[in-house]
Design a protein around this ligand. Structure first.
Ligand code: GRG
Length: 296
């Protein structure tokens, strides 16, 4: 199966699983489910679940065991986007080609929808662990990896640096730290959680960790480049928002040519780090190129 077909298959499998996770309800308070479903169903690339499923397949794991964790990460990612778009944060009107959650449901409901998605993510993982008697360290490790990377040492720290950095020029080191937390942490999560669940050896785990780090960086550099070179139609959200908010990015700190060079270097590092898997890692190699070549 070629890269695109396999990517689409992973996305379809993820969407089917996600469909069954957020229930609807009736009566008082049930509007929260609509607000949650709205942003989850809005789509997106499903890049993080795809990563988890691809690592699972690479390690001959069982997709049924990885899927709840893959979906949990997508729910955490979706909550972070809802909150990031709020007026108190980036104040964006469009996301995934649609009006942002708070534009449709109001600010209070958007905050609650994000909170509810975060809680649902942990419920999903712990339910899988308890219902399937799969209480083994590899599952609790996976949950720990996900919680740590989404929390104050990971994505939330990155968002904090982002907020503190608005309107000032930050150092290249701070920029790197900000992005390894804000974007990189939630890209590392699916790779390492799936590696843990599927019993990666120490050597395999280390290769995958290096890979995840490199693609996380590539993902962010590309995002910064697209904010300058992309279009609303491609991105599903307005471009140029970094410049409007006076944010330091790989483009503002390094210039477009060096940013492109750094992007290519990260993709090469990602590809090289998969050497221990040989041809079997073809999909993950292509995925690194997909990050470089994507236009949304
Ligand atoms: C509010 C706690 C909190 C965190 C927000 C994720 C994030 C942190 C902010 C989003 C801002 C942003 C544009 C970050 C750059 C990289 C990134 C995470 C882009 C969005 O992810 P994609 O491209 O989105 O995977 P889709 O819609 O395809 O899922």
């Amino acid at each position: 199966m070629d890269f695109k077909a396999r990517y689409d298959e992973y996305v379809n499998e993820t969407n089917t699983a996600l469909d069954g996770i957020i229930t609807t309800g009736e009566g008082a308070g049930s509007s929260i489910f609509n607000a949650m479903k709205y942003s989850v169903a809005a789509g997106g690339k499903r890049f993080r679940p795809v990563l988890a499923l691809a690592v699972c397949e690479l390690l001959d794991g069982n997709k049924k065991d990885v899927m709840p964790f893959a979906c949990a990460i997508e729910l955490i990612h979706t909550y972070s986007l809802i909150h990031d778009d709020l007026p108190a944060m980036d104040n964006d009107d469009y996301r995934r080609g649609m009006p942002t959650n708070h534009k449709v449901f109001g600010e209070a409901m958007a905050i609650l929808a994000g909170d509810a998605l975060l809680n649902k993510a942990y419920e999903l993982m712990i339910s899988h662990i308890t219902q399937n008697n799969s209480y083994s360290q590899s599952y609790t490790n996976a949950m720990n990896i996900i919680a740590f990377n989404a929390g104050a040492e990971g994505m939330i720290r990155g968002q904090t640096i982002d907020i503190e950095s608005e309107g000032i020029t930050i150092s290249q080191d701070t920029l790197k730290l900000m992005h390894s937390c804000k974007t990189g942490a939630l890209i590392k999560s699916p790779v390492l959680a799936a590696a843990s669940i599927c019993g990666a050896s120490r050597e395999q785990y280390e290769c995958l960790e290096k890979y995840a780090q490199a693609i996380g960086l590539a993902f962010q550099i590309k995002d910064d480049i697209m904010d300058v070179k992309g279009s609303l139609e491609q991105m599903g959200k307005p471009v140029g928002s970094d410049a409007v908010a006076n944010k330091s990015t790989y483009v503002t700190l390094y210039g477009i040519d060096t940013a492109l060079e750094l992007l290519n270097q990260s993709v090469s590092t990602a590809e090289e780090s998969l050497a221990c898997f040989g041809d079997k890692a073809f999909f993950l190699r292509e995925l690194a190129c997909f990050i470089r070549d994507r236009d949304n």
